[in-house]
Write a new protein. Structure first.
Length: 221
């Protein structure tokens, strides 16, 4: 039997938290999250566009709304009422056309909602370029800038997620994190994955030496 198999089986049992609106740390984005909850309930404006830098949580929020959606730009389906589209600035001409028709379909069905996300504010999308008629429709509803987590909030989330995996952070490890850990949630999530894997493989607790070793591995990626 492969020596890696038992370790892999153990690691597979520890799945990352599925993204939800409830486990998203708002930290300044409370109004946006409230609007997304309304959209999930098929209430409020039919259109929401949210934009923010990579790592701000855009994809988390969209997956929280439509966890089973598989298509980059879904087609209108009378059985579905909530749609999401991510990375609008990366859509090619065909996908932009699909989005244009989806927007029109959603607009003509008051029970439907559409949430689109991108890296750029609407007026900057035209330079990518995104079709002007798509940009116009992005402003049909609410537009929010998604603000990234503060350093303190990101560290708090790291400690919470570590605890959910059985890794308790001592005062010493928290001080280390405050001094040395990255300040974005995606980077902290990568660090946690490395820490978790090393702790499982080596049967170690969450300690400063373990964090140092994990940071070195993260830096080498």
């Amino acid at each position: 039997m492969d020596n890696q198999a038992p370790e892999q089986l153990l690691l597979d049992l520890i799945e990352p938290e599925a993204p939800t609106l409830e486990n998203f740390v708002a930290d300044g984005n409370e109004e946006l999250v409230a609007a997304l909850r309304a959209a999930r309930a098929l209430e409020g404006p039919q259109f929401i566009y949210l934009w923010g830098e990579p790592g701000s949580g855009r994809t988390h929020l969209l997956r929280a709304l439509t966890p089973t959606q598989r298509w980059r730009v879904p087609e209108y389906d009378p059985r579905e009422h909530l749609y999401t589209v991510d990375n609008v600035e990366l859509l090619d001409e065909d996908d932009q056309e699909k989005l244009f028709f989806l927007m029109n379909d959603v607009r003509s069905h008051p029970e439907c909602r559409l949430v689109v996300a991108g890296r750029l504010r609407v007026d900057a999308l035209k330079d990518v370029p995104v079709r002007e008629d798509v940009c116009t429709r992005l402003c049909w509803g609410l537009v929010y800038r998604l603000r990234p987590l503060s350093g303190a909030a990101a560290l708090s989330q790291f400690v919470r997620l570590a605890r959910s995996r059985g890794l308790e952070a001592s005062d010493e490890t928290v001080r280390w994190l405050e001094a040395h850990a990255p300040r974005s949630m995606p980077a902290l999530a990568q660090l946690l994955e490395i820490v978790d894997r090393r702790a499982m493989r080596q049967k170690r607790r969450l300690t400063v030496p373990l964090l140092n070793e994990s940071m070195v591995e993260l830096s080498g990626r």
